[in-house]
Design a protein around this ligand. Structure first.
Ligand SMILES: Cc1cc2nc3c(=O)[nH]c(=O)nc-3n(C[C@H](O)[C@H](O)[C@H](O)COP(=O)(O)OP(=O)(O)OC[C@H]3O[C@@H](n4cnc5c(N)ncnc54)[C@H](O)[C@@H]3O)c2cc1C
Length: 306
């Protein structure tokens, strides 16, 4: 459904298991269930799941993936991704440890690729820096946000001054002012964001903190956060809103098994308990068909199916 969710390649072989143990030791787990690591809580296992906190180990792992032509991807907090029920046949990498660091230097915030967006917004607010408040309720990491150009009133791309990357098969490099479009960036699919520098500006600490609270309150009031979900399922078409079209087409409350179009926010699918990825995909297809028949608009998925 979304071709860019992973770097295509071979499935993990028996020989890769031993090689990965040598390369990253205890940091690799095999046949690791992914549902608990994604916000929709559906889907199968990763053939290999590697958690890393250091750039040199990431470089080494991605060189191995490239050499062996293995399928791999990087996962942030899994808030925009659902994993297929049959699982992911290659390696899923997750950054942690040193990659979660957030540092404020003047009006610049340097945040690791695995730093939660909310933590970055809170650190910025503590330092009296404004510009990132609207992003506080996005439940992902800086790496995922840069890849997706996540945003609401502000898109993260408007704030990013530079990113530190590891492109598979290469060493670390810095990219100044990457290009962003609506919910996408020009980052190579095989690039992992290790850190990003955000340019903010000086403001009033209390006012910034009050705005964080307002943004969180607004989300709590309008989004079905009490049930597992992946945020907006479809991209907004030009000059319109996917939620408006879905609601106008009568899809609110539509179900496939335990997957349901939220009655609170029409562009959310919620997992009412025990849903499968197949049910989520089936429901997405039904919504797309219904909206197309009712309005003529073809909705494009925003969430990525891995
Ligand atoms: C309740 C809810 C509300 C949401 N609201 C919004 C919103 O207002 N605006 C919005 O834009 N999105 C929203 N989202 C979607 C999601 O939170 C964002 O897209 C977020 O940026 C994804 O970050 P993540 O760390 O969870 O990435 P994941 O979902 O884990 O991954 C998303 C993509 O980013 C890639 N990726 C992850 N980490 C890295 C990295 N370090 N380097 C390179 N690529 C990486 C993955 O490979 C994948 O392609 C919402 C989701 C939920 C569940």
């Amino acid at each position: 459904m979304n071709a860019a969710a992973s770097v295509p390649g071979q499935a993990l072989r028996e020989s890769d298991r031993a090689a990965l143990r040598l390369l990253v030791g205890e940091a690799v787990r095999f046949d690791e269930p992914m549902a608990p690591k994604t916000s929709m809580r559906v889907g199968g296992s990763a053939a290999a799941y590697v958690t890393l906190g250091e750039t040199d180990r990431l470089v080494a792992l991605l060189k191995y993936c490239t050499q062996e032509r293995l399928a791999w991807t990087v996962l942030g907090l899994g808030s925009n991704v659902v994993v297929k029920d049959e699982g992911f046949p290659g390696i899923i990498v997750r950054l942690q440890g040193g990659f979660t660091r957030v540092e404020v230097r003047g009006t610049t915030v340097r945040a690791g690729g695995a730093a939660p967006i909310a933590a970055v917004c809170r650190e910025a607010a503590k330092a009296g820096l404004e510009g990132a408040e609207a992003l506080v309720g996005i439940p992902g990491t800086i790496g995922g946000a840069v890849r997706m150009n996540a945003g609401t009133k502000v898109e993260i791309g408007e704030l990013v001054r530079s990113v530190e990357l590891v492109v598979a098969g290469e060493d670390v490099r810095t990219m100044t002012l990457p290009a962003f479009q609506y919910r996408s960036s020009n980052l190579d699919r095989s690039a992992v964001v290790c850190a990003a520098e955000l340019a903010l500006h000086a403001g009033d600490r209390q006012a910034v903190q009050a705005r964080l609270r307002e943004h969180i309150a607004r989300r709590n009031a309008t989004q079905p956060l009490e049930l597992p979900n992946s945020g907006s399922v479809f991209r907004n078409p030009p000059d319109d809103f996917a939620a408006r079209l879905i609601e106008a087409s009568g899809c609110k409350g539509m179900r496939a098994g335990a997957a349901e179009v939220s009655t609170k926010h029409a562009n959310f699918i919620v997992n009412r308990g025990g849903a499968t990825c197949a049910e989520v995909v089936q429901l997405m297809t039904r919504v797309q068909k219904t909206v197309k028949a009712a309005t003529g608009v073809e909705l494009e998925p925003e969430i990525q199916i891995l």
